[in-house]
Design a binder for this molecule. Structure first.
Ligand SMILES: Nc1nc2c(c(=O)[nH]1)N[C@H]1C(S)=C(S)[C@@H](COP(=O)(O)O)O[C@H]1N2
Ligand SMILES: [Mo]
Length: 309
């Protein structure tokens, strides 16, 4: 599909959701005809020759744009689900730079508009599963994080990647209160960061990211709980030791560093076995690794996922 750069996007085109629903019907028709696709099997996004260009289950319907952009977690703008949509207009996503540094031979700072040009984003439909047991299906617009990391040439000492959100209480009123230790920080192990499913998202639904979803650039790691997908990133650092990820530091018993979606390991205060897809009435079972096990389970071979949650 044609993905528009921010400057090309006119408000009249902001969401062409109907296009997506029509395509969705097309997919259903194709998979119904193709008996080779088992029920619930993961199928590559249509038309793509890249086997990692996005994965979608037959039972996935896109979550409407309205819900994706009005039901959010972004504590920099308040803890209520409606707060980010209400207050994120205070964020100025231009001009914006992302510094990539640390254990790298060629550290550098990317201007966000150069990022759009240098790493042309593609559409990828990924589920997002929040630790609070709700989920969405979102057509992201992004590119593999590993493409950016290769440009800075990580040294052999780079074992983890640390991500940091903008810290500016003027633009992010939630940072005036100690809801969390600011700025928000997340981290991945190097192999997780280099995995082709891990993307930096610049947009969703064919347009630049709305502020409440983490403009102008956020991480999306589809097999992990939503809190790993850090928003409004200003710094990416290659490091030797496990980063001090915000939720993991704040409440280590409740939020692990790995945070892989796992229906068998409950949150201490509630079950993780089921989830409510936003817009649906009944809960559905949560899948191991959020359904991306075929792609990522090997990263955790030999690990005790009950202990390293
Ligand atoms: N900087 C920052 N990033 C964040 C959060 C946050 O509060 N601050 N919330 C996380 C949580 S808990 C979730 S579930 C997802 C929600 O993303 P969405 O609002 O686009 O659905 O963002 C994650 N990224
Ligand atoms: Mo979350």
């Amino acid at each position: 599909m044609l993905i528009k750069r921010p400057n090309d996007i006119r408000s009249s085109e902001i969401t062409d959701e109907a296009v997506y629903w029509n395509r969705r019907r097309f997919i259903s028709a194709v998979t119904a005809a193709g008996a080779a696709v088992a029920a619930g099997a993961v199928i590559p996004f249509w038309g793509s020759t890249d086997p990692h260009a996005g994965w979608q289950r037959r039972d996935d319907e896109l979550t409407p744009f309205e819900d994706v952009t009005s039901y959010n977690n972004f504590y920099e703008f308040g803890t209520g689900k409606g707060d980010p949509a209400k207050h994120a207009h205070m964020l100025r996503p231009r001009p914006w730079t992302v510094t990539v540094e640390g254990e790298a031979h060629k550290p550098r700072t990317f201007d966000i508009d150069d990022m759009w040009k240098r790493f042309p984003p593609q559409e990828r439909i990924y589920r997002l599963r929040c630790v609070e047991a709700w989920s969405m299906v979102i057509p992201w617009v992004g590119f593999p994080l590993r493409d950016l990391l290769s440009v800075v040439e990580p040294t052999s000492s780079a074992k983890y990647v640390e991500f940091t959100t903008l810290h500016d209480p003027e633009q992010m009123p939630g940072q005036r209160r100690r809801i969390l230790p600011w700025p928000y920080v997340e981290g991945l192990r190097m192999d997780e960061a280099m995995h082709p499913l891990t993307i930096l998202a610049l947009g969703l639904y064919g347009r630049a990211l709305p502020n409440q979803n983490g403009a102008p650039v956020r991480l999306v790691v589809p097999w992990k709980y939503g809190f790993k997908s850090i928003k409004s990133i200003v710094r990416i650092r290659l490091v030797r030791t496990q980063p001090q990820a915000t939720w993991n530091v704040w409440a280590p018993h409740e939020y692990g560093f790995y945070a892989n979606v796992n229906p068998e390991v409950d949150h201490p205060r509630w079950s993780q076995a089921r989830e409510r897809r936003i817009g649906e009435l009944f809960k559905r079972p949560t899948l191991m690794f959020n359904g991306y096990g075929d792609q990522v389970a090997s990263l955790y071979a030999g690990m005790d996922l009950r202990r390293q949650y």
